[in-house]
Ligand binder design. Structure first.
Ligand SMILES: [Zn+2]
Length: 347
C-alpha cells in the first residue's frame, strides 16, 4: 500500500523553492489563460494533453523539470474536471508554494533528497534507505511559509500478533475513551495555545494568529498520529463511533474544530489499521451512552440527552452495574462493531 511521508525541509532551500514555485504559478496561470481564450472563442476546454503540448519545450526557459510542468498542466485539467468550474483560481504571491515532481525523480542519497541535481536536507523522522526513489509527490509550503516535501512511499503490510477488539468513544472532555477503561486527555498545551490565540486575535496580529493556528494544527496532527499508531499496534480490531459535533457544542467554530479532529483521527486509524492488518470500522453510536454495556437494557437511570451531559458516572437500575459514562459508551461501540462483523460473516 502507499503512504505519503511528509518531511520538513531546512530553511536554506527557501530561495530555490520559491523560484520554482513562482515558475509553477506561471505555468498554472498560462493554463488559466488558455482556458479563458477557449471560453471566449467557444472552443473545447483544453485537456491535460493539450496543455502539455502547448507548454512543451518551456522547461529550459522556466528552469523547471519538464515533468513538473506536465504535472502542473495535468493537475490543472484534472481539478477543472472534478470541480466543473470554467475558471480556476489564479496563482499569485499569496498562494502557498507548490512544486510537483514525477515518479522516480526524487532519490535519497543516504543523507539528502536529490531532485534535479540539488540536494535537499530535511528533518527525517522516518527511515529511508540509501538509493530509494519515490512516487509522484510535491514540495509544498504551509501557512507560515515553511517548506515540506511530500513523498509517496510503497510500504509493506505488517502482520503483528494481535490483542483483542476495542471500542473508542470520542468526546469533548477527554479526547478519546477506550473500552479498556483508558482515557486519553486532550493535551495540556491545547488550552494554553487557545489563550495565546485569543490574545493575538484581539490584538489583530495577523501573522501571529497564522503561526499559532499552524502550530496547533501540527501538534494536533502529531498527537493523533502517535495515539493511532499505538492503538493499531496493540489491538486486533478497532471500532470507533460515528460521532459528530452537531448537538454537542453550540458555536460553529468549536464544531468545525472538533469535527476536523475526529475526522483526522478516524482517517489515521483507518489507513494504519489496513497496514497493520487490523480490523477497523466506524459504527453507529446512537444510544451507546444510554445503553448498559452489561445487560444491554436502556435503564431509566442512564444519562440522556443534553440535560445529562454532566453525568459522568451512573448505576444501571436493571442489573446494578456501575458505569463510567464514556467507558460504558466505548464498550457498547466495541460490542456493536463485533456484532456487525458477525452479521457480515453470515451474509
Ligand atoms: Zn445493566
Amino acid at each position: 500500500m502507499q503512504l505519503t511521508y511528509r518531511f520538513r525541509l531546512k530553511d536554506k532551500h527557501d530561495a530555490e523553492l520559491r523560484r520554482q514555485a513562482c515558475a509553477v504559478n506561471f505555468v498554472w496561470n498560462f493554463c488559466g489563460e488558455t482556458q479563458r481564450s477557449a471560453l471566449r472563442w467557444r472552443k473545447q476546454w483544453p485537456s491535460g494533453y493539450d496543455l502539455n503540448r502547448l507548454t512543451a519545450g518551456s522547461s529550459k526557459e522556466l528552469n523547471l523539470h519538464a515533468h513538473t510542468i506536465q504535472q502542473v498542466c495535468q493537475t490543472f485539467a484534472r481539478s477543472q474536471d472534478t470541480k466543473r468550474k470554467p475558471m480556476l483560481r489564479w496563482r499569485g504571491k499569496r498562494s502557498l508554494g507548490w512544486v510537483p515532481f514525477n515518479k522516480g525523480h526524487v532519490r535519497f542519497d543516504g543523507e539528502a533528497l536529490v531532485f534535479r541535481g540539488v540536494r535537499y536536507f530535511a528533518w527525517l523522522h522516518r527511515d529511508l534507505t540509501n538509493g530509494q526513489t519515490f512516487g509522484a509527490g510535491s514540495f509544498s509550503q504551509d501557512a507560515r511559509g515553511r517548506w515540506y516535501i511530500n513523498l509517496p512511499v510503497e510500504v509493506e503490510f505488517l502482520d503483528n500478533a494481535h490483542g483483542d477488539a476495542i471500542g473508542i468513544d470520542l468526546g469533548l472532555k477527554d479526547l478519546a475513551t477506550i473500552s479498556t477503561g483508558e482515557k486519553i486527555e486532550a493535551p495540556r498545551w491545547y488550552r494554553r495555545q487557545q489563550e495565546q490565540l485569543a490574545v493575538a486575535q484581539r490584538a489583530h496580529k495577523k501573522k501571529r494568529v497564522k503561526a499559532i493556528h499552524a502550530r496547533i494544527a501540527n501538534q494536533r496532527r502529531d498527537h493523533l498520529h502517535k495515539l493511532s499508531t499505538r492503538l493499531v499496534r496493540s489491538h486486533g480490531a478497532i471500532f470507533v463511533g460515528n460521532v459528530n459535533a452537531a448537538g454537542l457544542v453550540r458555536t460553529k467554530m468549536a464544531k468545525s474544530v472538533l469535527d476536523a479532529g475526529w475526522a483526522t483521527f478516524r482517517k489515521n486509524l483507518e489507513y494504519k489499521a489496513i497496514r497493520h492488518q487490523v480490523l477497523f470500522d466506524v459504527v453507529n453510536e446512537a444510544f451507546s451512552t444510554q445503553t448498559c454495556s452489561c445487560c444491554g437494557a436502556i435503564p431509566a437511570s442512564s444519562p440522556k440527552g443534553r440535560a445529562d451531559l454532566g453525568m459522568r458516572r451512573w448505576r444501571c437500575c436493571e442489573c446494578g452495574a456501575e458505569h463510567d459514562r464514556d467507558v460504558n459508551a466505548a464498550r457498547n461501540i466495541a460490542a456493536r462493531g463485533l456484532a456487525s462483523l458477525a452479521g457480515g460473516a453470515h451474509a
